[in-house]
Design a binder for this molecule. Sequence first.
Ligand code: NAD
Length: 256
Amino acid sequence: ELGGKLAVVTGSTSGIGLGVARALAERGADLVLNSFTDTAADHALAEEIASETGRQVRYIQGDMSDAAQCRALVEKAGRCDILVNNAGVQHVAPIDRFPSEKWDQIIAINLSAAFHTTAAALPLMRQAGWGRVINIASAHGLTASPFKSAYVAAKHGVVGLSKTVALETAEEAITCNAICPGYVLTPLVEAQIPDTMKEYGMDRETVVRDVLLARQPSKEFVTVEQIAGTAAFLCSAVADQITGTAISLDGGWTAL
Ligand code: NAD
């Protein structure tokens, strides 16, 4: 169903971005994978997905903390029918001890990158007469937690940016939406478990239930596959009138 479309997914060498990229290729889209590294493993991953799906898959290095590299990623892709802004980083500290370079980095990667890639992609989508912008925000795009000032500010910003892009493209065959996941057990989250076990003197099960999933009423992680399926749904024809919205996959977190 996505045959002939090219999807550019930022930060797609692991976790959610990789899952979304795979799902789009499985539905027929060609891919541009991206991260800030340029290793043999990055290019091997592109070849692996290409041989699994029979699609054209390229790896293009680009540091999403840098405005020029964000725009260059889309320019190097050459076309961009589906843009998934997924690259993201986190830092946890109280505001008075939050390093300002961490603030700048999180705002750059988690928010400004989506502005720059979208600015570069919209003219290509208009040329093609169709487009989808999907921003991977977070439950933290709709609600806050202490010690995550930069992340919460950036993700709220991404939800606002998604609404603005939707209004500017409303009369065209282009949509823009945000996906707002609760906790997903990606390498990023998995890596936090041992430290938290040590810090609180808890076993793994208690950390997962009482710390990570404390605010996720379902007490289950969201899966990468569920997010990937939602992104694929947003690319399908039934989603033509879904634009400017934030779709939560959070086990009830934002219903609290
Ligand atoms: P991850 O660490 O597994 O993946 C992040 C990806 O971003 C990696 O491929 C990494 O290489 C890339 N990246 C990091 N810095 C980059 C940069 N400067 N330039 C280009 N790429 C860069 O994390 P994930 O959990 O898959 O998170 C993906 C997105 O989903 C993020 O935006 C994150 O905020 C969001 N999210 C994650 C969760 C969760 O629980 N894991 C929940 C809600 C939202």
